[in-house]
Design a binder for this molecule. Structure first.
Ligand code: ARG
Ligand code: ZN
Length: 863
């Protein structure tokens, strides 16, 4: 078998031997050949180990010339892809020439071409694909950049910081010089050159600095940038008010590019975004897309402090910037819209994307101990669980003391490359918390399993809690962690509680007493999802129905609804329901749903949230071994039952929502949300009525939310309206890449019986391409997440994803590796499917050459 790539360990960290206080880069731009001259001022690091060898990382580049202190050097050699230079004194000038072919860079790391423009992506290790450099986040440099290129081909030339000079060259070329005064690691370097137009605005900071804001897009897209601009301005203001953080340059540029591996990138003063997180107008973007633009614009902007001013010492500390910045963007989005709905959405993402990581072969702590390829660690664990861990500190300290902690963190570590430990220490000191034991959240992987039992005697209620942190790969023994749980006990008759309390479970088992209850109270626990744990608290349906109707914490209310459905479906797929208990369970769910549909005090955004049934992946998490076919069948059966049982209420709701005119305010967005949620259930109960209503909604739609919602429902139906609407949608949006992505993913996510065939046919559609990650994800991520396609009983879905990984790996390994975890779930799937999934992983592992990205994920998944 091919050799496994080397393992890099956190404990092996060594400070750099040489520092690079200054860099100057000169780019002669060409789509097929860009020539780079790099000049580094290097100085010996007094805190380093004193070695004379300067290690400059490289990746698929060759040194065309190496000069030391102005002379052609011969004291250099290559060590694998790295360039090693032997130095004698304390300080030197190194000059290196390289050349790259951006048009041939299909990995989209380093300098690449996208839609005729040139752009860069350097995090985590892309800078070494441009020039030789100590490409590690603890080497901070001030950058001066000069670039020149054909003026017609690249009319706009951008880099980090401020433009200091520009001019015309010979033969139709022009040039620009940029200087970034803030020292930064190489992963924050960026350059963009192309035919771009800007939406321009200004923002005056709290300190009175006037900042020019530009959102750069391809000509023709500028009228879809207003929401992004408003989101940027709101982010800047919110970060001043909430975290006291002010912007620190006179210019802030955002560029939207069509080909991008992830969502966006926080390069200093020059954020680069995938177009899908910039462009939005009612005709082409759903309400969800608008929210995503706002969230990602905020996220990248907030990195200016949590990431750029204070960066990471090494990549094991990734959650230092990502977990904290996700928390910041979550709080921002909550402040801009509905806090309750935002919390529910964030928890849903955690449960669907992160819980399976924690319980699978790729489980890792939010601060990993080792990796082979860092790109594989841009995970829901590092990002979303990382945010939850910091949110727990905030919950324990309260927002004001937490703010004192973050102020201290920024003050202490401004200009530094810091560690997660530095962050925890600053919160500890600033907020006045003892986080000694809490640090286990950084080192232990796995979702803690908490059990709760409530007993009652006399007037005392006793809550007994236990916790276990499950074993994960490489971590068989775990210690109990502090788990902050917001709890409230409801008086059943009054329908009220007497104040919420925060209990911190920090032992394997503990109990808490509550006085003054004449009757057994109803427990509301982990309110607001105060801890990222799974709680096992079996309860009678009546208590869940009570909480769904009465809980004053909106998350807890949602949780009660979910709990009702989860308990029922888990019992159903486990074969524990007979006709009578099934009918009872459905009756309780039906009553709770009816109450949600009718409740006058609920806003529609929240109502729509409460109507969403638990995801199949989350249901699978509840079972040691699951049968995806059975989960799917039971969930669909419940949907159909609800659609039939509540048919008249759902139709009335759909009619009411259809009558609300389009606007971006919360009431109208809520109406759009319940409109499609109602349609989903109506179609499940009565497909013909569903098709009729969906087609009518599609035709009447004056916005993408309604149109996409209707098409999503139609796509799963075997109705003549299906083909008609899909064809209309494609015709209407031909040439609009982001909307054509939707057309692909709606079909690949559909639940019809022929979906696999359809996905295969779509892979041959002229609009499909393997070189654009958005398009690949639109088709294949939707298929991999579609239980009917991926888990098809004959194993064809697994084969399709395996084939994709093998074909995509040589083109774009980072994106290919993202498909491996779906197959990696095999241990938790019933044995017949599990064997086929494993076989597919083995087929990939047997490939003669594989990227480090895919190799690591496949090896770990096979275990
Ligand atoms: N730091 C970026 C963010 O969280 C994501 C990193 C992008 N990486 C990449 N390989 N494209 O916003
Ligand atoms: Zn980020």
């Amino acid at each position: 078998a091919p050799q496994s790539p080397p393992v890099i360990r956190r404990e092996d960290y060594l400070a750099p031997a040489w520092l690079v206080p200054q860099v100057s880069l000169d780019f002669r731009l060409g789509a097929e050949a860009t020539h780079i001259v790099s000049r580094l001022s290097v100085t010996r690091n007094p805190a380093g180990n004193g070695t004379a060898t300067l290690r400059l990382n490289g990746d698929q580049i060759a040194p065309l010339a190496v000069r030391v202190d102005g002379r052609e050097a011969n004291d250099w050699r290559l060590d694998g892809a790295d360039l090693l230079v032997e130095l004698t004194g304390e300080a030197h000038e190194i000059e290196i020439e390289t050349s790259v072919n951006p048009a041939a860079n299909s990995q989209l790391m380093g300098l690449y071409a996208s839609n005729g423009m040139l752009c860069t992506q350097c995090e985590a290790e892309g800078f070494r694909r441009i020039t030789f450099f100590p490409d590690r986040p603890d080497v901070l440099s001030t950058y001066s950049v000069r670039m020149s290129g054909d003026k017609a081909q690249f009319p706009i030339l951008l880099a980090n910081g401020n433009c200091t000079a520009s001019g015309e060259g010979e033969d139709g070329t022009h040039w620009a010089e940029w200087h970034d005064p803030w020292p930064k690691p190489s992963y924050l370097f960026a350059l963009v050159a192309g035919d771009l137009v800007a939406n321009h605005a200004t923002f005056t900071t709290m300190g009175g600095r006037k900042v020019d804001l530009n959102i750069w897009v391809r000509p023709g897209d500028e009228n879809r940038t207003q929401h992004a601009m408003e989101s940027l301005i709101a982010s800047m203001k919110w970060d001043e008010e909430t975290f006291g953080r002010e912007y620190d340059l006179d210019l802030f540029n955002i560029v939207a590019v069509s080909d991008f591996n992830m969502g966006a990138m926080e390069n200093k003063g020059l954020n680069v975004f995938s177009t899908r997180y910039v462009l939005a107008d009612p005709e082409t973007a759903t309400d969800g897309d608008y929210d995503a633009v706002e969230g990602v614009i905020g996220h990248e902007y907030f990195h200016n402090w949590s990431g750029n001013r204070v960066t990471c010492r090494d990549w094991f500390q990734l959650s230092l910037k990502e977990g904290f910045t996700v928390l910041r963007d979550q709080l921002f989005s909550a402040a801009m819209g509905s806090e309750a709905v935002k919390r529910i959405e964030d928890v849903r993402v955690l449960r669907i994307a992160q819980f399976p990581e924690d319980s699978g072969p790729l489980a890792h702590p939010i601060r990993p101990d080792s990796f082979q390829e860092i790109s594989n660690f841009y995970t829901a664990t590092v990002y979303n669980k990382g945010a939850e861990v910091i949110r727990m500190m905030r919950t324990m300290a309260g927002p004001e003391r937490f703010r004192r902690g973050t102020d201290l963190y920024f003050e202490r570590h401004d200009g530094e490359a810091a560690t997660c430990e530095d962050f925890v220490k600053a919160i500890e000191d600033g907020a006045g918390l003892d986080l000694g034991q809490f640090r286990l959240w950084y080192s232990q992987a796995g979702t803690p399993q908490v059990t709760a039992t409530l007993s009652h005697e006399g007037t005392t209620a006793t809550l007994a809690l236990t916790q276990t942190v499950p074993a994960t790969p490489g971590q068989s023994e775990k210690q109990p962690m502090p788990i902050p749980l917001r709890v409230a006990l409801y008086d059943r008759d009054a329908g009220e509680h007497r104040g919420e309390q925060l209990v911190v479970l920090d032992k394997a088992a503990d109990s808490f007493t509550f006085e003054g209850f004449a009757k057994p109270p109803v427990l509301s626990i982990n309110r607001g999802f105060s801890a990222p744990v799974a709680i096992d608290f079996p309860r009678v349906d009546a208590d869940l129905v009570f909480l769904a109707a009465h809980d004053d914490d909106p998350f807890a209310r949602y949780e009660a609804m979910q709990g009702l459905v989860v308990q029922h479906l888990v019992a159903a797929v486990s074969g524990r329901l007979d006709d009578a208990t099934r009918a009872e369970g459905r009756a309780a769910i039906g009553a709770a749903y009816a109450a949600v549909l009718a409740h006058p005090a609920l806003d529609d955004l929240m109502r729509g949230e409460l109507m969403i049934l638990p995801a199949e992946t989350y249901l699978a998490e509840q079972l040691a071994i699951s049968d995806p076919g059975a989960i799917h069948a039971e969930r669909e059966a419940l949907k159909a039952w609800l659609g039939t049982e509540l048919a008249s209420e759902l139709r009335a709701l759909h009619d009411r929502a259809l009558a609300v005119a389009y606007s971006r305010d919360a009431a109208a967005r809520g109406a759009r949300k319940i409109k499609t949620q109602a349609l989903v259930l109506i179609a499940a109960g009565d497909p013909a009525e569903g098709a009729r209503r969906a087609f009518a909604q599609y035709q009447a739609a004056d916005n993408m939310t309604d149109r996409q919602g209707a098409l999503m429902v139609l796509a799963s139906l075997d109705a003549p309206e299906r083909e008609q609407a899909l064809a209309d949608f494609h015709r209407r949006y031909a040439g609009n890449a982001l909307v054509i992505d939707k057309w692909f993913s709606l079909q690949a996510g559909a639940l019809g019986p022929r979906v696999l065939e359809q996905v295969k046919a779509l892979a041959g559609h002229p609009d499909f391409t393997m070189t654009n990650p958005n398009r690949v994800r639109a088709l294949y991520m939707a298929a991999a997440g579609n239980p009917r396609a991926f888990h098809a009983a004959n194993g064809e879905g697994y084969r399709m994803i395996g084939d994709l990984i093998r074909r995509l790996d040589p083109i774009n390994p980072q994106t290919a590796a993202r498909f491996v975890p779906a197959l990696g779930r095999w241990r938790r799937i019933e044995p017949v499917r599990a064997a086929m999934m494993r076989e597919e992983l083995e087929r990939i592992a047997a490939m003669p050459s594989l990227s480090r990205d895919v190799r690591e994920q496949v090896t770990k998944s096979l275990g």
